[in-house]
Structure formats: C-alpha cells, structure tokens
Design a protein. Structure first.
Length: 314
C-alpha cells in the first residue's frame, strides 16, 4: 500500500455561522420549543440546506408566502428581512410573528427610510431577486429605490437630481465589488450620501479577509456553503481573484478527491450560514485520502452577539 500524499489544510478563521445566522436559527428552535410544532418560516431561515432540513425535522414548515400559513400558528420571518407589507399583513390577520431579520440588515432598512424621508433618491447596491434586496426595496414605495448591480449600472444611472442621491448596500456582497461600484457612483455624484458605517456586515468582511489570507498560499480553496448563499458565492469569487482554484460545495459528499490531486496546500472555509459540522466532514474526507496537517489561520476575533426577541428570549 503506497503512502498517502501529504496535504496541508489551511483552515480559515473566522468561518461559518455569524451572529445574525445564529440568532435566526435560535429563534426558530425556541419558537418550536415554546409553541410546539408546526412553526411556519417565511423563506429559508438562512440559505443552507442542512440547517433547513434539521429545523424541518424539528417541526418547522418553510413557505414562500404568508398565504401558505394558518392564522393560528406562529410564523418566523427569515434572517434576510421582508418587505413592510409582510408584517403588516401578519398584523391584519392577528398572527403571532417573530422577526429573525439580521439586525445589520435592519440597520440598512432604517438608513433607507431616513434617506427617503430626507427626500433623497436611493440607490441599492445588490443582486436582483435576492431576498435581502427584495426586503430592503420593500421598505419603501415602489420606485423609491433603484437597484444597481454593476459598475455599468452605476455609470448609466440617471437620477432626477444628481445633487440629492444616497446609496445603501446588500450586506453579503464582495467588499471589492462594492468598492468599485461605490467609486463609480462617487465619481459621478461627489455629494452622494453614504452609510454612517459600511453596510457590508462585519462577518462578510471578516470571512473574505480570512479567505484572502489563505488563498495566496493554497492551490485549491474549498468553500462550504449552499449555491443560493450570497456570502458563500462571494467567498469563492474572492478566492479565485486571489489565484486559487475555488469550489463551492454543499458538504463533503460532493467533494471530488481529483480536485486536490497534486496539490500540496488546500484552503477550507465556510459561508456564514454553514454549520461547523460540515467543515469537519470535509476535513475528515480529505484525511481519508491524504496525510493531512491542519493549520488554522486566524485573522480576526468575533465577539458580536444579538439579542433574541422578547417572545422567545426567556
């Protein structure tokens, strides 16, 4: 039996669950414990199949619209946020609802509202159709927010009053991509009102920085996360920009050993909605094929926590 080839695994830190994801999952778990099953959840609570399936087994029912929910059962709104019309409808139906919107997404909603009340034309940098973008645009009347997805969009955008424009951003975007779009907007509208703090959340920034720290040393980067997870997709893009062959994988079951054949160093990270157990599963699969040495590369310490809603906090 030939000896297994040596393989160094650079494990990015921070990785995996952020405070907003952790809070959202806890809200669903506690709602089921307090009110019993079923508890309805509007949209996937976070974008990870494993998390959704585990909560479904506990008694969560995932739906895309309040029309699918009975009036007499609790409903949880996902971490991505919802348009204002959704809680308004829930109140009208006297439903018990729990809002698991990430507080950092809620901050963007508040900023957009303030700009609107100040009479500014609002630009949202984000991806069309993403539930966070739908939720943010749905805070204000139709037409109040213009979606900008690319530098080209920023260059072709024609506001009613170039001196009275503001921008907000989707929290899970690539820091680098957003910087390019913001630069294009600022070049055209020097007085554009910017967020008080960077809207891209601390966890997105930290995970991208961690990928940059390992991607330059690794021939291959494995990003654990679902294909519909915006922040996970961005991590793979950041890795490719840094020169690594990056693969976005749901879990160890889809990892092809041939992807890492001939490589001496592999980077591993996980998106903000991917559980740590999936990371260990990937390392275990690599260790079954290679003589693995794990080196954790720590670029930041995260101490952020968010309070739970009063209805499930006790």
């Amino acid at each position: 039996m030939s000896p297994r080839a040596p393989l160094t695994v650079l494990l990015a830190s921070p990785r995996g669950f952020c405070a907003g994801v952790d809070r959202a999952i806890q809200i669903v778990e506690r709602a089921i414990a307090r009110y019993g099953a079923p508890v309805y959840v509007r949209h996937e609570i976070v974008h990870n199949r494993h998390v959704v399936e585990r909560l479904r087994a506990l008694g969560a029912v995932f739906v895309e619209d309040l029309d699918e929910c009975p009036d007499d059962r609790p409903v949880v709104f996902s971490a991505h946020g919802v348009p204002k019309s959704v809680p308004a409808e829930a109140k009208a139906r006297r439903m018990l609802f729990l809002d698991a919107t990430c507080p950092l997404v809620s901050k963007v909603h508040v900023e957009a509202q303030r700009h609107f009340e100040a009479g500014r034309e609002i630009v949202l940098i984000g991806h069309a159709g993403h539930p966070e973008v739908v939720g943010t645009m749905g805070q204000l009347p139709d037409g109040a927010v213009r979606l900008i997805e690319t530098v080209e969009d920023a260059q072709s955008f024609e506001p009613r009053d170039p001196a009275n424009v503001a921008f907000v951003t989707q929290t899970t975007l690539s820091v680098d991509d957003t910087a390019d779009i913001v630069a294009a907007l600022r070049a055209r509208f020097p007085g554009i009102a910017a967020p008080h703090k960077e809207d891209i959340c601390y966890a997105t920034t930290n995970r991208q920085d961690a990928v940059k720290a390992i991607a330059g040393r690794a021939e291959v980067l494995l990003v654990i996360g679902s294909a519909n997870s915006s922040n996970s997709v961005r991590l793979a893009e950041v890795g490719r920009r840094a020169g690594a062959r990056a693969y976005l994988i749901e879990d160890a079951s889809v990892l092809e050993p041939r992807w890492v054949e001939g490589a001496r160093t592999v980077g591993v990270t996980a998106g903000a909605s991917a559980p740590e157990v999936l990371v260990q599963g990937v390392i275990d699969k690599l260790a079954a094929a290679f003589d693995v040495t794990v080196e954790e590369v720590d670029t930041a310490r995260e101490t952020v926590t968010f309070k739970l809603p009063r209805a499930v906090a006790g």
